[in-house]
Ligand binder design. Structure first.
Ligand SMILES: Nc1ncnc2c1ncn2[C@@H]1O[C@H](COP(=O)(O)OP(=O)(O)OP(=O)(O)O)[C@@H](O)[C@H]1O
Ligand SMILES: [Mg+2]
Length: 291
């Protein structure tokens, strides 16, 4: 049984329904469809959240981050509903749960220099006592992700490469000393060599700082490299979950099997799944789980 006090964040039967209205009608989409999960303080883990485009991964990540509120169910932070947190608890929650997004460029104001990205959370969460301490912390965080201070501070986001911006996001999230990082496709926009560096940095941070991570991806290869656990999402639901080795080597749900079949094989004689076959498999997905 789980000790309730060690549960940092809990989602209990959470659903997010988006309502969109066209000219003549209104339609509802259950982007996240009744998901429960727990992130424990005493057992920090990297959990991958995988699934095809539109399966609800980002929506679930935003619910965890408190950027969206659930339509159904409830989210608890240290056993208290998010709705009941007082202002200091809310601040603690905001500090404890940090985000790394796919394209950090789109998240930040292009008129602020990179320095501002680091200074704002230091001020908001009162992380350091004085300016010198703040500068030291910023420089240390930048160097942890393999960037040079002289090549990053004093610049605007557009003056950095995509990979540098991505690492700035990692450095910033790390600097805040969070308990949980939600990393939404953090390496999808960088090349293969940098991908390995960023994943390595995330893993090191997880191990050294005991940070739990939700690693969102549609790429099972990187999920396999970085995560211990995996949840497979399909149409807003978690259709399969467990240890990453078990799920990838012995997938039970047809959708997971399908995703695994789509991973490019190193053997050139072994063909990728054909498009027609893929569509056939997709149309069979609503059939029961093969045990
Ligand atoms: N604000 C919104 N209003 C209406 N529908 C939305 C909104 N945000 C997301 N959706 C829809 O919810 C579904 C899930 O979207 P979500 O962004 O969570 O998918 P995803 O798994 O992250 O996909 P991707 O891999 O492409 O990033 C999609 O069908 C999307 O169109
Ligand atoms: Mg997404």
């Amino acid at each position: 049984m789980t000790d309730k006090s060690s549960v940092l964040l809990e989602l209990s039967n959470v659903a997010k329904v988006f309502t969109t209205s066209g000219i003549f009608d209104k339609s509802e989409l259950r982007a996240v469809d009744t998901i429960s999960l727990k992130i424990e303080d005493s057992k920090p883990k990297i959990t991958a959240l995988a699934g095809e485009s539109g399966s609800g991964k980002t929506t679930l990540g935003k619910l965890i981050l408190g950027l969206l509120s659930p339509t159904e169910g409830e989210i608890f932070y240290r056993s208290k509903s998010l709705y009941d947190l007082n202002s200091s608890e809310k601040k603690q929650y905001r500090q404890d749960v940090q985000a790394i997004f796919q394209d950090p460029f789109s998240v930040y104001n292009p008129f602020y220099k990179v320095d501002h990205l680091f200074e704002a959370p230091i001020k908001k969460f009162k992380i350091t006592k004085n300016k010198d301490e703040a500068r030291q912390l910023i420089e240390d965080s930048i160097e942890t992700v393999g960037l040079r201070v002289s090549e990053t501070l004093g610049r605007y986001p557009h003056q950095l490469s995509g990979g540098q911006r991505q690492r700035i996001m990692v450095a910033r999230a790390l600097m805040v000393k969070p308990k949980i990082i939600v990393a939404d496709e953090p390496v999808s926009m960088v090349d293969a060599s940098l991908r390995a560096t960023i994943l390595e940095a995330l893993r090191t941070i997880h191990e050294k700082e005991n940070i739990s991570m939700i690693y969102i991806t549609h790429d099972l290869n990187t999920a396999y490299q970085i995560a211990e656990d995996i949840k497979i999402m399909y149409h807003g639901e978690v259709v399969e979950e467990g240890g990453v080795d078990d799920v990838i080597n012995n997938p039970k749900h047809p959708y997971t099997q399908l995703l695994i079949n789509c991973i490019p094989k190193p053997n050139p004689k072994e063909k990728w799944i054909e498009k027609k076959k893929l569509q056939e498999l997709i149309s069979n997905l609503d059939k029961p789980i093969i045990e």
